[in-house]
Design a protein around this ligand. Structure first.
Ligand code: NAD
Length: 321
C-alpha cells in the first residue's frame, strides 16, 4: 500500500492537477461512468465531532474508495490541530485490495476550489473582469486563488459577515497582482463572477445583489439547513451542480426546490456542459449558478492524482500490507 502523508501534499499537488482531476470526474459523472455512494455523516457523541464517509467509483478513471473524516470543533483550542480532519483511501477496482492512504485535509480545499474554477471556466462570460467574493475564511483563500486563474480579472471585490476577516482574501488578490476593494453587498452587482463560501444558515446574497450576466458559484452550502443565497434568485438563474441528488437535498437548491420555486429537473450537471451535452450559458445576460456541494468522487480524483505525483517524485511510502 502506498502512503502519501498530509505533510507531502503541499509540495506535490498543484492547482492545475486538481483542476484537471475535478473537471475529468465531473465529466465522468455526467456520462454515467462514475457515481457517488450515499454519504454517511454522524454526530458521534464525543468531542462534539461530526464524522462520516464520502465514497464512489469512477470507472473511467478507475478510482474506487472513500474519504473518511469530519469536523472536530475543539481541535484547535485544545490541541493546536485543525478542526477539519480527513483521510482518503483508494482501492484496486480489480481486486478490492487497498492501494493507497492519502492525507485529505489540503486536498479537500484544493478540490473544492477546483470545482468552482471548473464552473467559472465553463459558465462565466469570457469577458469577466470583476471577481466578487462573499466569504473570507479558510476555504475562501483557496477559492479566490484558483478563480483568478480562469479569466483576466482586473479587480476583486469582497464582502464578509465578519469584516475583520477580509484581509485574508485581500492578501490573495494582492499576491496575484489584482487590486482589492471591500464593498457592501449592494456593491456585488459590479461583479461578473461571484463565489460564496460561508457557513451561514440564513441567506445573505439576495437576487438584487447579482447583476444580469453574472456567474455565481455557491460553495458553502453542503448540509441540510445551510443557505447562502435567497431561494428566489435560483428561479432567475440557470442552475448547475456537481450532483443533482446532493444539490436538491443538502446543497443550495434544497430551498428553491423545497419551496417549489424550481423543479429538480431545472438543476443540471456541470459535467454535461463539459461533455457538450448541455449548452451551458447561452447569452451574455443570463445568470448562471453553480451549486457546488462537494462529492466523494472529487476527493478520489485528486487523491489518485497526488498518488501518481508522489510515485513519480519518489516520496510515496510503500508499505507491505
Ligand atoms: P471558516 O470557518 O474558515 O469560514 C466561515 C466563513 O463563513 C467566514 O467567511 C465567516 O465570516 C462566514 N460566516 C460565518 N457565519 C456567518 C453568517 N451568519 N452569515 C454570513 N457569513 C457567515 O470555514 P471554511 O472552512 O472557509 O468553510 C466555509 C463553508 O464551506 C462551510 O460551510 C463548509 O462546510 C463549506 N465547505 C464546502 C465544501 C464543498 O465541497 N462545497 C468543501 C469544504 C467546505
Amino acid at each position: 500500500m502506498l502512503i502519501v502523508p498530509e505533510r507531502e501534499i503541499a509540495n506535490l499537488m498543484t492547482r492545475e492537477a486538481a483542476f484537471d482531476a475535478v473537471e475529468g470526474v465531473f465529466a465522468a459523472m455526467a456520462s454515467k461512468d462514475a457515481y457517488n455512494f450515499p454519504v454517511i455523516r454522524e454526530a458521534i457523541g464525543h468531542e462534539d465531532a461530526l464524522y462520516g464517509f464520502k465514497g464512489g467509483f469512477d470507472k473511467a478513471g478507475m478510482a474506487l474508495g472513500l474519504k473518511a473524516g469530519g469536523y472536530w470543533p475543539n481541535n484547535l483550542e485544545k490541541r493546536g490541530l485543525i478542526n477539519h480532519q480527513s483521510t482518503v483511501f483508494l482501492f484496486d477496482p480489480d481486486t478490492g485490495m487497498v492501494k493507497a492512504m492519502v492525507g485529505g485535509n489540503l486536498l479537500t480545499a484544493l478540490r473544492t476550489a477546483a470545482a468552482s474554477s471548473v464552473s467559472i471556466k465553463h459558465l462565466a462570460r469570457k469577458d469577466a473582469k470583476v471577481m466578487g467574493m462573499v466569504g473570507a475564511g479558510h476555504q475562501a483563500t483557496f477559492q479566490l486563488r484558483a478563480a483568478l486563474e480562469q479569466r483576466q480579472f482586473e479587480k476583486v471585490i469582497g464582502w464578509n459577515y465578519h469584516p475583520e476577516m477580509l484581509p485574508n482574501i485581500e492578501k490573495i488578490a494582492n499576491e496575484a497582482g489584482v487590486p482589492f476593494e471591500a464593498v457592501e453587498l449592494e456593491g456585488m452587482t459590479e461583479a461578473d463572477v461571484v463565489i460564496s463560501i460561508t457557513s451561514t444558515f440564513a441567506p445573505t446574497i439576495m437576487a438584487k445583489h447579482i447583476a444580469p450576466g453574472t456567474h455565481i458559484a455557491c460553495m458553502g452550502t453542503d448540509t441540510k439547513g445551510k443557505q447562502e443565497v435567497e431561494a428566489a434568485l435560483l428561479a432567475h438563474t440557470t442552475v448547475f451542480t456537481d450532483e443533482v441528488a446532493q444539490s436538491i437535498s443538502i446543497g443550495e437548491a434544497q430551498h428553491a426546490v423545497g419551496s417549489g420555486l424550481i423543479a429538480a429537473t431545472d438543476v443540471h450537471e456541470l459535467g454535461a456542459v463539459i461533455n457538450g451535452t448541455h449548452a451551458g450559458r447561452t447569452s451574455d445576460d443570463e445568470i448562471t449558478l453553480f451549486d457546488g456541494t462537494g462529492v466523494g468522487l472529487q476527493d478520489l480524483a485528486v487523491a489518485a492524482s497526488v498518488v501518481d505525483l508522489a510515485v513519480k517524485q519518489g516520496v510515496a511510502l510503500d508499505v507491505d500490507f
